[in-house]
Design a protein around this ligand. Sequence first.
Ligand SMILES: [Zn+2]
Length: 177
Amino acid sequence: MKKFMYAVLASLIAGMILEKFTPYKIVTFAVDKFILFFAFLTNKINIPMYFLVAFIIIAAIVIVKSIILLIKPKFHRYKSDKIFGIKWEWSYDSFSRQLNPSSFDSVDPFCPKCDMRLIYLNDSDWDGIDNIAVHCEKCDLHKTFEGKDIYDLEASVKNEIERRVRSGEYKKALEAK
Ligand SMILES: [Zn+2]
């Protein structure tokens, strides 16, 4: 009996909800609200001229700055080259307009012979001098950079990239592609 009562109650509530929210009613409700919103948009308001001028100037600055950010400097196309006998690939921070050591997102070494990603190995001497090496697991190419750790090596590579961009040498590498 209790279950039956619940079923009756549920169907009554469902019926009331369906009665209240027919598709026709939902559509007319939405159209009503849209018309009200449109009427609100066509309202005329009195605002001081300086407010409008300031708004237009700020909007223009934001648009021009966005366009400048979207147009990347030419050096952003220079993303790989052979440096110190190794092939390097790198990416720039997309917001960098001027090239400097902090403009880089990453700098990665690749094998100049077989294009395999190179791994870093520690070739340091027993006397504590840092020697970092890059090694190819595919063709055994091995190159040691004496007196440098991994950060020194990457800094030297970034400095060389910066030099090639500043001197315009990078354009040759771009044209060769
Ligand atoms: Zn290799």
